[in-house]
Design a protein around this ligand. Sequence first.
Ligand SMILES: Cc1cc2nc3c(=O)[nH]c(=O)nc-3n(C[C@H](O)[C@H](O)[C@H](O)COP(=O)(O)OP(=O)(O)OC[C@H]3O[C@@H](n4cnc5c(N)ncnc54)[C@H](O)[C@@H]3O)c2cc1C
Ligand code: SF4
Length: 333
Amino acid sequence: MHTFEFIRPKDSAAAIASAAQSKTAQQGADVRFMGGGTTLIDLMKLNVETPNRVLDINRLPFDKIEATTDGGLKIGATVRNSDLAYDPRVQRDYSVLSQAILQGASAQIRNMATVAGNLLQRTRCVYFRDTAMPCNKRDPGSGCPAITGHNRTLAIFGTSEHCIATNPSDMCIALAALEATVQIQNPKGTRNVAFRDFHLLPGNTPNRETVLEPGDLITQVTLPPPIVGSKQVYLKLRDRASYEFALASAAVVLTIANGKITTARIALGGVGTKPWRSPEAEAALTAKAANNASFHQAAEAALRGAKPQSENRFKIELAKRCLTHALRTAAAS
Ligand SMILES: Cc1cc2nc3c(=O)[nH]c(=O)nc-3n(C[C@H](O)[C@H](O)[C@H](O)COP(=O)(O)OP(=O)(O)OC[C@H]3O[C@@H](n4cnc5c(N)ncnc54)[C@H](O)[C@@H]3O)c2cc1C
Ligand code: SF4
């Protein structure tokens, strides 16, 4: 691992001012914040990330989960994934988030990992993590060997001719379905970004993964007031039962009245280059009977636009079954 300066800024203004000196906040950043370090330090050991300065933000006052005045919840950027998953308000009102977090990584990693760090975890594409290989995301313009190579675990939605890497997060799939907001602070002030706009599609610039610019510090994630009476399920399908990323997953938030679906929020994981909200599935479910026929139709609608790679066509059927089963489980709960 290359040498770097390790700093514990005294407050967020100092952290932001220091990070604002970075040339980019995307791949290749020369200044990086550190939450739990479970992504950053991993990638620094592989020389995929080579910041000259690492800013440990764990002493900043962003470790609380608090109610908002409108009945929602604000979650500080350094709240540990475990603390969030076991928070009684989250378990009661946003259980899809708790379920998603607890199906990710391992207990030890969840105890270290922070909310902001999870939002910014990097793809597990094997070429991205191997500096001996070309990779447009790591080294723009060098090529994408995954398109003709190992792509079994990669994306079927949101891909481009430059990158087909999957966003690996479980937590983000639940946050997409819950319509979270990301709060960002920088030298100019504070802005709020809707979760659906926070991650970027790869397009021509797969090295740009989010809207973040140098000096942007994520300070909190906000959840809107809970949907009263909603039934929530996160289902994750993977090669082994723990310590493994999703091949396909589904976050489902439903309300049902008199046998009909009145609200449907659906997001899919393991299949998109960013957390994949499915308005197609939501439209196919809304005002329909809460039964198997509707669930199958929603799954067909959700996967209609999928573009499989040479090794991952199986994900289409897997994701359909995942969503159908999640819907059935939610409706029966
Ligand atoms: C073996 C293994 C298995 C895993 N399995 C899963 C899984 O199944 N599902 C899953 O979802 N995840 C999984 N993960 C990923 C894990 O969830 C992430 O590594 C973790 O959430 C990252 O959080 P962190 O706080 O450690 O991030 P860090 O490593 O500290 O930071 C990650 C990135 O975020 C930036 N950053 C951190 N905080 C801020 C901030 N406040 N503002 C701006 N930028 C910031 C950092 O600069 C860095 O670029 C796994 C990880 C490992 C190592
Ligand atoms: S899919 Fe993306 S991350 Fe993987 S090799 Fe291609 S450009 Fe790199």
